[in-house]
Write a protein that binds this ligand. Structure first.
Ligand code: THU
Length: 160
């Protein structure tokens, strides 16, 4: 038996203002998108903004459904739309912000496992890292320089 220790390298910023203006602008787009979320069931609104290498910013928010599993997270709403609109573009950076209508979200909210897997597909396809920045409604921002930091041992097409 051999044990395997996997580390994850992240940067934690006290607030968005510590980050470059470009990231603050991208986070502002995620916050605008967050406020457009359709989340009548969870009351948990998430916004995503994706910066593409062609300069476009694609945003998305979570879209819930009375049949709960039919809803979709903000991240996948945004990246699937980006992939559909600009199939040749690379994803450079993704900003995420979450807010609850029930309590103040001050903890950075990372993308869920399904969204990590979905983002991984594009990172593998484009052969370059996607930076991910995530926060709650206010407070600290976490930066991951690549999806791989958030999802070690990814399942990708090399296994197929
Ligand atoms: N949600 C997202 O949009 N992204 C995530 O990464 C985590 C969860 C949404 C899904 C659902 O509408 C609500 O947040 C509560 O889970």
């Amino acid at each position: 038996m051999k044990s395997l220790n996997i580390t994850c390298n992240l940067e934690v910023y006290d607030s968005c203002e510590e980050l470059p203006q470009e990231i603050q602008d991208l986070m502002d787009r995620a916050i605008d998108a967050r406020d457009k979320a359709y989340a009548p069931y969870s009351k948990f609104k998430v916004g995503a903004a994706v910066l593409l290498d062609n300069g476009e910013v694609i945003t998305g928010s979570n879209q819930e459904n009375a049949s709960y599993p039919s809803g979709l997270c903000a991240e996948r709403t945004a990246i699937f739309y980006a992939g559909a609109m600009y199939p040749e573009a690379k994803f450079l950076k993704i900003a995420l912000s979450a807010k609850s209508l029930n309590h103040r979200v001050i903890t950075p909210i990372p993308p869920c496992g399904s969204c990590r897997q979905a983002i991984a597909e594009y990172e593998v396809k484009q052969e370059s890292p996607i930076e991910i920045y995530f926060m709650g409604e206010t407070g600290k921002v976490v930066k991951s320089h690549s999806l791989k930091e958030l999802l070690p041992l990814i399942f990708d097409n090399s296994y197929l």
